[in-house]
Design a protein around this ligand. Sequence first.
Ligand code: GDP
Ligand code: MG
Length: 435
Amino acid sequence: NLSNRLDGIVKRLRGKGRLTEADVDEIMKEIRAALLEADVNVTVVRSVCNRIREHAIGATRSQALDPGQQVVKAVNDELVRILGGETLTVQYASKPPTVILMAGLQGSGKTTATGKLALWFKSQGRQPLLVGADLQRPAAVEQLRTLGRQVDVPVYSDPEDPILTAYEGVEEAKRLGRDVVIVDTAGRLSIDAEMMEQVRLISGAVSPDYTFLVIDAMTGQDAVQTAEAFHETLQIDGVILSKLDGDARGGAALSVKEVIGRPIAFASTGEKLDAFEQFHPDRMASRILGMGDVLTLIEQAERAFEADQAEQAAARMMEGEFTLDDFLEQMQAIKKMGSLKSIMSMMPGMPKELKNAEIDDEMLVPIEAMISSMTAEERARPQIINGSRRGRIAKGAGVEPGEVNRLVKQFGDMQKMMKKMGMTGGGKKGKGKRG
Ligand code: GDP
Ligand code: MG
């Protein structure tokens, strides 16, 4: 599977300073395969890969990530960017009601999404009215009425004519003082001229504030043609992706977003009415790449790097070779990790009192400033820090000279203690690799 393949590449590229074009080509081959496997449309795959490639070429070795891992991360970031971007926030019409038109193929989940959307609008403090303008199938309006009862929202329909129904539905909302109208329409199993004409006329009759296209996430490759056809006729404002609770790989989301450039507003994730949420680009990106595992891989690499650094430093500490430079490096790593406690607990031989100490990361700021103000020699041999050096360091760090004194003393004590523990075999001397 993809995670394994990427994992292999990442391992092979480990330690490389910079990626060659050939390396990137190899990675892109895997990414392309992954996107196609996820049912992303072929032309969309091509354009997305080109953009990812540009990012990947520039990837050089960072502190924590190998180039291979960086590429994986770049791919993920790029997908999130594409899927996210401009988001959709519903702007309510200044003169109610706000009219929403639902469009999509038959079976895409329109009617279900209409009911779910009504519930969502209610949660936003609105009072929706549903309009059943799908008169194609006899059961369609009844399905909508059932949903309406479940979410406690009135349903309007006139069996005579779908276009008239839509028009009258909006009038009905004005009469009843309902501030949002959601118009459910008919679909066909595939796009046809008659259906497009009907939904176009409905759109003309109600002048919707928003037209949502409901796309079945399982559609895969076909999603592009569907989205293009509807967008040409209706000017889609946003997409509702349905049936995300199934095993769809999510490629439809990426394809549709690329092709019509409109945001994916909602995700429908089940038959239950509250299985409906605003769309999360990051979750979708992971799903498309099937790479919950790959992201874990990146996280693990970052953690491994920090742990390795800590172990090396601890080994030097035991040997009494731990310098203020090591100390500073440690602290920078700690700050990146977010918690001093976690690194303390990782260090072998760290006294229990220290491990459990509540340590405020804010404390690190002046310490970092002081060490940064020292010369290389001072950092290696703090004992040379005399009065004038102390004054200079304190001034550079914006602290009192007494604080410099305290740091040097504490560091010296720590060094002594570590040395003692190392010699008495209290630590794991010799286990750490020297870098
Ligand atoms: P419409 O023809 O576009 O109105 O589609 P429907 O709303 O009638 O949905 C078609 C079928 O898909 C129904 O059986 C729904 O219960 C089912 N369905 C709709 N949305 C979802 C969803 O998010 N998850 C699942 N599992 N089923 C859904
Ligand atoms: Mg329907």
